[in-house]
Ligand binder design. Structure first.
Ligand code: SAH
Length: 234
């Protein structure tokens, strides 16, 4: 028992993580039990580098000019995608960074589903793998339903396509065509589109393959770009 308590404090605090989720509920961004539950299960502290505050509602640097998104953005995207993250479904997380959202996706689609994180910085893929290993999603990575890959996310990841849910965690000047192609009819993509100022766009593909687009919010994300461009101004 003592051992478990020590581990509990060493690896963050589920109590504080729950308080963050409670705050997001009161703030109105966490609206459903499903999203609250997954955010309570995946402790944000495991995904934020030491020396930064995991439980405040802001993005935090994770190195390589990348950030872990703010909790309210994670919550917003989970709420927008929750119906497309049912058990057995396939989800793609482009620009997986810390791995936080990929881990949430994996918990929601479960062992019969697939959650794929694509990230073009190899060091971040190593870090996200270690983060997940300490989290409640560890078993899903071990059994292969959750995986991270070093690749250019603008190309998607055809191996596990088509996807019910596609999330892009970096801002694209326009929607990359391969991502649209890898979206399943009946599926949904959430992607920040724009350069300096961006709209969080929600793209729904209907059964006949046609798409509808709406803007959900104004947002600020790091750019979806080439590895060399991203590392240039570091
Ligand atoms: N959802 C992540 C966000 C990380 S920030 C989180 O909350 O942790 C956006 C990430 O996109 C960065 O890690 C960056 O390295 C990555 N990225 C940017 N352009 C990319 C590209 N072309 N292919 C893959 N990853 C990319």
């Amino acid at each position: 028992v003592l051992c478990n308590i020590n581990q509990f404090w060493a690896e963050g605090s589920l109590e504080k993580n729950n308080a963050l989720v409670e705050y997001l509920k009161q703030y109105g961004v966490v609206r459903t039990d499903k999203v609250a539950e997954v955010m309570e299960t995946i402790d944000r502290a495991l995904f934020v580098p030491e020396g930064f505050t995991p439980y405040t509602d802001s993005p935090m640097p994770i190195g390589y000019n990348a950030t872990i998104s703010a909790p309210h953005m994670h919550a917003t995207c989970l709420e927008l995608l929750k119906d497309y993250l049912q058990p057995g479904m396939h989800a793609l997380d482009v620009g997986s960074g810390s791995g936080y959202l990929t881990a949430c996706f994996a918990m929601m689609v479960g062992p019969e589903g697939r959650a794929v994180g694509i990230e073009h910085i190899p060091e971040l893929v190593v870090a996200s793998t270690e983060n997940v290993e300490r989290s409640a999603a560890a078993a899903l990575m071990k059994d292969g339903s959750l995986s991270f890959h070093v690749s250019d996310g603008r190309l998607g990841w055809p191996d596990a396509a088509p996807y019910d849910a596609i999330h892009v965690g970096a801002a694209a000047p326009e929607i990359p065509r391969p991502l649209l192609e890898q979206l399943k009819p009946g599926g949904r993509m959430v992607i920040p589109v724009g350069t300096y100022s961006q709209d969080l766009q929600v793209i729904d593909k209907s059964a006949d393959g046609s798409t509808s687009v709406r803007n959900d919010a104004s947002v600020r994300y790091v750019p979806l770009t080439s590895r060399s461009a991203q590392l240039q101004d570091s």
